[in-house]
Design a protein around this ligand. Structure first.
Ligand code: HEM
Length: 505
């Protein structure tokens, strides 16, 4: 055999191997799943709350990928990280979003990044995010801003510890308004926070499953307003005005600051200053990108930070261990900052465990394929709804032993760590829709958590002389919070209280 023959055989084998790899499964079978009824399909079996628990049960019965049918529409439910990885790799097909008639088209949220259809505008928004928040390096530039707001949070919490959730919302909202528009939130009622949270509350109400029949019968939106059952058009028009204000008002505020020469660097100010000749469409996309940050970033971060306080109430040993690490590395003469992060592995593990233990987006945000395809060997039709059960993956006992326990150690010990999936790879979604704020989220969490541990002691509240043990339960919806709980927050020492009270420059 000559060298040429060997090369020819090699090339043939390589081509055959490639062909086999690209071969589509011949079946047109959807993934398996529970049997449904005629017309309504599995609608009646859909759980009204905590759907992720039922989805995980179905996963144990039907496997990592399963299909159900809702009023003739295919819904694919994924319970396996391996399948999520395949969806991730085929991101060009599986990165569109479902169309929401009420919350999206009528109220106007379909122009924000979370819902915008996969296409040119989507790519423009993502490029903006990438430039400003999309890399660890970019977020490093925001460290002083995050630390500044975290310190304000400590002061507010020290002054009124019973108002924890409000302080956390203000912290997350404050970070985002500052980096997006250069706006510093006011203590007490803040007009921008009220405006944006009002619009987001409309959106949440607009997307409660089943609340608006137009989502199932889109033709309703062209029927006359005087017909019975059409009052939703008036509501939609009012809410659309609120959405427009949410987009326009903070943006105009920054424009005025630029004109007056008083603008502090922000996403909007740097974008406008870098390019003074933006077209009408480019300006529109810039405004909508900016307004996408608060909606997607504030509630999610606040939910995780609230869960941290719950975990510290329930797991005092974890709290003590994390505080001991901070005391020995940072000392008690100053607050920890984001540059301390590499030297605080246990606190880092607490952050990772918060992201696992408390699923902020338990079933992610649904994706929609733009063409027919195959996942896990099964046929996935164009337009199906794909829901990935992130909670299920993060609480799978086969991956994380005792998944309902809060155990940061699981992210430190090498043997366990190697065996387990990194929750940070799961909790932020997948494909071209992967959370573009993940580095900001992690930095914000670390800053809030490390500073809180350094100066506060979080304990069970005592009622009638009896310590109250809270239960870790979550609200339902796309974004999930720990249900309200009570705890006591006190400064760890007089020195800690003095550190909190130091003037913020
Ligand atoms: C603990 C904090 C956070 C968690 C757990 C989280 C998680 C997620 C998840 C699961 C998705 C859906 C991904 C998918 O469709 O596959 C998402 C999308 C998104 N997140 Fe986050 N997120 C967090 C914080 C943030 C922050 C701080 C920002 C920005 C300021 C942000 C901005 C967004 C945006 C704009 C989207 C929509 C992306 C798109 O549709 O292309 N998130 N996030």
């Amino acid at each position: 055999m000559t060298l040429l023959d060997v090369a020819a055989i090699g090339v043939t084998l390589y081509i055959l191997w490639k062909l086999l790899q690209n071969r589509q499964p011949s079946s047109h079978y959807l993934p398996p799943g529970p049997k449904g009824l005629p017309f309504v399909g599995n609608l009646l079996a859909m759980p009204p709350t905590e759907e992720w628990v039922t989805f995980a049960e179905w996963g144990r019965k039907w496997g990592g990928i399963l299909a159900v049918s809702i009023l003739g529409k295919t819904m694919i439910i994924v319970n396996s990280a391996r399948i999520m990885d395949e969806l991730d790799k085929k991101g060009a097909i599986y990165s569109d979003r479902p169309v929401l008639e009420m919350g999206g088209k009528l109220v106007g949220y379909d122009q924000t990044l979370v819902l915008i259809e996969y296409g040119a505008r989507f790519r423009t928004y993502r490029k903006h995010f990438l430039r400003y928040l999309g890399t660890p390096k970019a977020v490093e530039g925001l460290f002083p801003l995050i630390e500044h707001e975290s310190r304000r949070f400590l002061q507010r919490t020290l002054a009124a510890p019973d108002n924890l959730m409000n302080h956390l919302r203000k912290l997350a909202g404050g970070v985002i308004l500052k980096l997006t528009y250069g706006y510093e939130v006011q203590d007490g009622e803040d007009p921008f926070v009220n405006l944006i949270e009002g619009a987001n509350a409309n959106f949440n109400a607009a997307t409660v499953p089943g609340a608006f029949p137009v989502d199932f019968f889109p033709v309703m939106k062209i029927l006359p307003e005087w017909l019975p059952g059409m009052a939703f058009l008036k509501t939609a028009a009012e809410w659309a005005v609120d959405t427009a204000k949410m987009v326009e008002v903070p943006y105009s505020w920054t424009q005025k600051q630029i004109a007056a020469g008083t603008a502090v660097p922000s996403f909007v100010s740097t974008s406008l200053e870098n390019d003074s000749a933006l077209s009408v469409d480019e300006l529109r996309d810039l405004k909508f990108t900016a307004s996408s940050m608060y909606g997607a970033g504030a509630d999610t971060t606040a939910s995780s930070e609230y869960a941290f306080y719950l975990a510290m109430t329930l797991y005092p040993d974890v709290q003590k261990k994390a505080q001991a690490e901070i005391d020995s590395i940072v000392g008690d003469d100053r607050l920890p900052n984001l540059n301390d992060l590499p030297r605080l592995p246990y606190v880092q593990a607490v952050v990772t465990e918060i992201l696992r233990w408390n699923s902020v987006a338990p079933t992610g945000v649904p994706h929609r394929p733009v063409e027919d395809g195959y996942i896990g060997g099964y046929f996935i039709p164009k337009g199906a709804l794909i829901v990935v059960n992130l909670w299920g993956m993060l609480h799978d006992p086969a991956t994380y032993s005792e998944p309902f326990e809060f155990r940061p150690e699981r992210h430190i010990s090498t043997s366990e760590r190697e065996a387990e999936l990194d929750p940070r790879k799961i909790c932020f979604g997948y494909g071209r829709r992967i959370c573009p704020g993940m580095f900001l989220a992690e930095a914000s969490l670390f800053s809030c958590i490390a500073m809180s541990l350094a100066v506060f002691s979080v304990e069970k509240a005592v009622e009638n002389g009896v310590p109250v043990t809270p239960v870790h339960e979550n609200t339902s919806g796309i974004i999930s919070y720990p249900k309200p709980f009570k705890c006591t927050i006190k400064p760890r020492s007089a020195k800690a209280a003095a550190l909190i009270a130091e003037e913020i420059i």
